[in-house]
Structure formats: C-alpha cells, structure tokens
Write a protein that binds this ligand. Sequence first.
Ligand code: NCD
Length: 360
Amino acid sequence: MQSEYQHLIDLSDYPVEWWNSLIELGVKIKENPQEYAHECDGKIMATLFYEPSTRTQMSFQTAMLRLGGRIIGFDNPANSSVSKGETIKDTTKIVSSYADILVIRHPVAGAAKAASLTADCPVINAGDGGHLHPTQTLTDLLTLKIEKKTLSGLTIGMCGDLINGRTVHSLCKALSMFNGNKFIFISTPELRMPAYIKDIIKANGSTYEEVNTLEEAIGGLDVLYMTRIQQERFASREEYLAQKNTYVLDRKKMLLAKKDMIVLHPLPRVDEITVEVDDDKRAMYFTQAKYGVFARMALILTILSEKKGSETLKGKLYSGVKCSNPRCITNHEEYLPKSFRFSGDETLLECEYCDERKLI
Ligand code: NCD
C-alpha cells in the first residue's frame, strides 16, 4: 500500500543517513533557532493524544510554534468524538484534512501505523502503546551526539521496565545500527527486553548482556538509560507492585559510575532516580527533554520538505489470520487489513503493526 505522504512510524523505515542528517539539522537548530522561526509560517500541526503526555506533546507544540506554525488537537479523547466511539480511521481522515502534519499518541500498539493508512497528511508516531517511540529516540540520539560526541562504540545500560518501555525498544533498534555499541539490559526476569528487539540487535551486529542489578553493571557504562515501571501496561496492580521500587539510582550508586557516564531518562520519573542525583553533572535528563524541541523541529522540517510517499504496508496481507497480541490495533479496529512479515523461518509470522510473533 503506497501513501502520498512521508510518515514517521518507525525510524527503521528510513536509512541511517536520513537519521544522521536529521540529527545534524537538530544541532544546527539548537545553535541558531532564530534562523528557522518562519519556516512553517501558515502550516498547522494537529496533535491527537489519546494517552497522557507532558514532554512529547508540549515539545511538539513548542517545536511547531517556534517554526512559525500553528497547532490544533486534543489531549483528552473524552472531550472529542472518540468518546462517542469514532474509529482512528475516521478521526484521522477528518483531522488530516484540517492540518499539514498529524502527531498521534495512542495506548494501543500499531495505532500510528493504522492512522497513516488513511491520513491525508504526514503522520508522526508519538508513542503507540508499549511498542515504539521514534521521536523520543531522535531526542535521545541528538542528546548523545551533543553530550557524548558520538553514536558509536558506546556501552549503554538500560534499566527498569524493558518489556513495556517503548522508548528503549526504539532506542535499541536505532543504536544497534551504529558500530560497536554494546547493550547491558538491567531488569528483573519478568521485565526483560522483548525477543524481537534482541534479535534485531544481533542481526545488526551489536551485542547485549542481561543482568539483574544496577550495581553489577553501572561501573562499565558510558550511558545509563533509566526507565519508569509502566504501571498502566500491567495486567494487574499486584504484578505492578511486585516490580515497583526494584531499581533506584541514588548518589551511592553514582559513586560506582565512570566520571563521564551520562544518565538519561525519557521522563516522567516516579521513584527510580532520587532527586539528589539531579545535582550530579552527569544527570542529563532535563537537558535531554530540552533537546526534544530541537529534534522535533528538525523532524517537522524534514517531513514537510519531503514530498515522496512511503510504503505503508510492506508485508503480506492475510484476511483470515489474527494477530495474537490483544494490545494490537488490529484487534481493536476490525476494518484494518491484517499484514504480516515472515520472521526468520517460514513458520513464524510477525505482525506489521505491533511486531508480535505468531507461529503458523
Ligand atoms: C515516555 C513515554 O511516554 O513512553 N515518556 C516520554 O514520551 N517522554 C516514557 C514513559 O512514559 O515512561
């Protein structure tokens, strides 16, 4: 299925050169934002946030306003026709006829992809359930480029809810494309990184290790990426409570870290980093959130300047096969064409919306 518009659903849909030029543009914008103040005069961005957000939503809005454009949208679907049962297809179709660019966040995996199938303007994925968060990754890459001066040869620790945290999924996929990066996954056995992400890391020639404690890993890291335990994605409160408070980065643990390690966090933090760490010069999470505006300005400019369309569904369409992930958009919006890729062997299908694997 070919779309007339350039969307950003997953960074992997684009070559690394595209990300690199976007990051370079982000650096230029950071150095001289005034130069870009009228680049989007007369343009409108719609932000459809079906899930709570502070940074992502406001940084997108700020980015568009700083480029001279204007914004429309909702951040509480209860106040829109979504509450009357409107499908993503209809909401997207209408709003994309009002706006030049559409940014969507949704609690269900694959929702942004679904929106891109019918939108009459470019669609940007601002987080789809526990699946992906490509614009947080652009923010993270820009932060690494500015603060570590490289995207290669890094040892990156990722700590916390690695199964449900969409930011770490997108970031692993991206960083494994650069040479010599090594991942240390710090989590409980229940919250390990999904198998499909680990397979991508291996296929891209990067390596990973899985450990249970921060103490055993922190001393060897160049970057520590902390994440929140994603309460809203647990099946029950008991399961969440069993994981809560497992990992807390405090001043004592920071003493074990290298002098030039940096701490990132997509935020919001709950209790996984104590406030005393904020004063450590290696704590980079507030700076990271600030850089998110420059990354998103670069993205809006790039997406709006590229006219050629991208393929929206690349897999094989199967009408009779259902995705086995109950949190996949194809199980919520029945009209969507079911599309799967073969993963590795001929018996494993991978849903093109949410990447869930299914044996056939
Ligand atoms: C993250 C998200 O929404 O996935 N936040 C963000 O976009 N900055 C991380 C989180 O909610 O834990």
